[in-house]
Design a protein around this ligand. Structure first.
Ligand code: DIG
Ligand code: MN
Ligand code: MN
Length: 390
């Protein structure tokens, strides 16, 4: 791997990995773990050496469910030392509300009120841990919030239970005076047959029904939108435009399959390019978090190749974005579209004069019907740039 070229990751690129990503031991529904666990301190050391900015974690990625308070404090202080030794931070934390069999009917939306209350207890403790480690974003992925049969659960009540939980936890964060924002992560299914609030659109609509919507945004994930057959960049653009892109999970996915959490850019390169273009052209300064893992075939060397490849692909695509923005022929085609009205900021606002002007405007409708837009040439040039011949 050439060192110090434009595609060598550095902390200022804001790349992050969850402990559970590079720590994935390769278990799957049909097979046992294939790799030994990598300790959180070794993960911090190895990621720092790769130019990573920070690590994220679920509570139980670091502190086992059955740890005593003394064990918890010892584990946390060892981890903090590793972070300090290697100049790494913890931008995001979250709760594992999906591993314990206790959550098999859901956490915040379990039919059992005792489970819903335990989920709040576990999350308050996990929020305390995240804040102690310096996290300013807290993710909620409702992996078990759903059903296999609609006979089991009232879908309206489930939304209310989920809202109660997020409202309760927003109040907790405010009462504790924590500097923390919540990021909701949608997914359409898996591990539940269907998961509530399955897409960016569902989550955006939901968050505005909360008591403190200003505290809550989104953590969209590439694979989760692609599982739903959606254009991920469109969803991210809508969240960004609404000021609600608080975090993002980057990975790759083949259409029509289970959540593969593949290395970023390793599948649909064109959609990865337009996602990087959106994030870079908009100047979004958030964490570029890779929620993905190495193939089950890999040993530990393969895990670090996965991590390095994730970031290198992002930076190569970032270079391609710069080439796209500097490509004279591409920009000439875009300039023509901007001249017709595609330029940012060309909007219509109601006024009596404007309504009268539009009412009286004369259009050459035949010309409008006949005009071409040049998108075939524009997309061909884009593809040639991605294929490395421009
Ligand atoms: C899965 O995509 C989920 C969990 O890994 C975690 O809760 C969240 C944070 O990235 N993503
Ligand atoms: Mn996923
Ligand atoms: Mn995720």
């Amino acid at each position: 791997m050439p060192a110090n070229d434009a595609c060598t990751p550095r902390p200022e690129h804001h790349f992050t990995f969850g402990l559970w990503t590079v720590g994935n031991v390769g278990r799957d529904p049909f097979g046992d773990p294939v790799r030994p666990a990598i300790s959180p301190t070794r993960i911090v050391e190895k990621l720092a050496a790769l130019g990573v900015y920070g690590v994220n974690l679920h509570d139980n990625d670091l502190v086992p469910r059955d740890a005593t308070t003394a064990e918890r404090d010892r584990i946390v202080s060892t981890f903090k030392r590793a972070l300090a030794d290697h100049g790494m931070c913890v931008p995001m934390a979250t709760t594992n509300l999906f591993g314990d069999p206790l959550f098999r009917d859901g956490a915040f939306t379990s039919n059992d009120a005792r489970v819903r209350r335990y989920a709040l207890q576990k999350t308050m403790r996990a929020i305390d841990l995240g804040v102690e480690l310096g996290a300013t974003t807290y993710v909620f992925w409702g992996g078990r919030e759903g059903v296999e049969t609609n006979a089991a659960k009232d879908a309206q009540e489930s939304v209310k239970w989920f809202r109660d939980a997020i409202n309760f936890l927003c109040e907790y964060v405010r009462a504790q005076r924590y500097d923390l924002r919540f990021a909701l992560e949608p997914k359409p299914n898996e591990p539940r047959g269907d998961i509530f609030l399955p897409t960016i659109g569902h989550m955006l609509a939901f968050l505005y029904t909360l008591d403190f919507p200003e505290m809550v945004g989104l953590n969209p994930e590439v694979a989760h939108d692609q599982m739903a057959g959606l254009d991920f960049t469109h969803g991210v653009a809508q969240a960004l435009e609404a000021g609600k892109l608080f975090h993002i999970d980057l990975n790759a996915q083949k259409p029509g399959r289970f959540d593969q959490d593949l290395r970023f850019g390793s599948e649909d390169l064109k959609s990865a390019f337009f996602l990087v273009k959106l994030l870079e052209d908009s100047g979004w300064a958030g964490m570029r978090h890779f929620d993905s893992h190495a193939y089950r075939t890999e040993d530990e060397d393969g895990v670090w190749e996965f991590a390095a490849g994730s970031m290198r692909t992002y930076l190569i695509l970032k270079e391609k974005v710069a080439r796209f923005n500097a490509d004279a022929e591409i920009q000439a085609l875009l300039a023509d579209l901007r001249a017709r009205g595609a330029a940012p900021g060309q909007r219509v606002r109601y006024s009596e004069n404007e309504a009268r002007a539009i009412r009286d405007e004369r259009f050459d409708l035949d010309a409008l019907r006949a005009q071409g837009y040049g998108y075939e040439r524009l997309d061909q040039l884009t593809m040639e740039l991605l294929m490395g011949v421009r």
